[in-house]
Ligand binder design. Sequence first.
Ligand code: URA
Length: 247
Amino acid sequence: MIHPLTGPQRANWRCVRSFTEGLRACTPNVRPRPPRKGYDPASVSSEESHLPARAAERREALKEVFEQAQGCVRCAELAGTRKTVVFGAGNADADLMFVGEAPGASEDERGLPFVGAAGKLLEKLLGEIGMARADVFIANVLKCRPPGNRDPQPAEIENCQEYLYRQVELIQPRVICTLGNTPTQTLLQTTQGISKFRGQWFDFRDTKLLPTYHPAYLLRNPAAKADVWKDLQKVMAVLGLQAPKKR
Ligand code: URA
C-alpha cells in the first residue's frame, strides 16, 4: 500500500523531484566541454553518450550527496526547525556555479535555492547575460534555513562545509561566483568583507572564483547592480561566452 506523504515528507519529496528532474531536464543543455581527465568513452552508456566525460557518474554521486544531506542532523537547531534541506539545484554539469548564504523562508518551503525575492533578481541578472537557471548550478553555504533568517553560525558553516565542497568537486564548475560575505569568507577562508574582494579573481582549489554582491544587497542598494553587471561580464569572458554589449 502506498502511504500518502504529508508535511515535511511531502516537501522533501517535492525537493527530491525538483532536484532529480532538474538534472534530467538540464542535461540536453550541457555545453560540450573538453574531455575531463580520465575520460573513457567506453564507460558511457548509449543513453548517456551525448553527455560529456563522466557527467553521468558525477550526477549519480551528486544524488548520493543529496540523499545524505536530506537526513543531516549535524546542527541540532537547524535540523529541528527546517521544513526542507535545500541542497541546491541546476545543471550538474554547469560551467558556472553560484554560492549564496543560506535558504530563507521561501527556499525552506520549496526545497529550492533562491526562489524568493533575491532569487528573482538573480534570475533576472542571469537573463541579462543570456543565461537561465538551468544553465548554472545554485547552492548555498548552509543547506538549512537559520531560524528567523539569522546569520549562519561558524559551527553551522563548518558542519555544512563538506556538502558544499563535495558539490564543487562533483560539478567541477569552471567558475564559482560567491554571492556576498558568507560564501566568500567560507571559500576564501577569510574574515574580510565582500567589498574588499568583489570583482577580483581568486582560486578555490582548481577553480576560478569571483566574489560579487548578494542579490539581497542589490535589492536594498540598486546602484550596486552596475558592479555586479561588470562582474558577470568578467565571468562570461572567462567562460568564453559572448556577453551582451549593452544593458
Ligand atoms: N539567500 C541566499 O543566500 N540563498 C538563498 O537560497 C536565498 C536567499
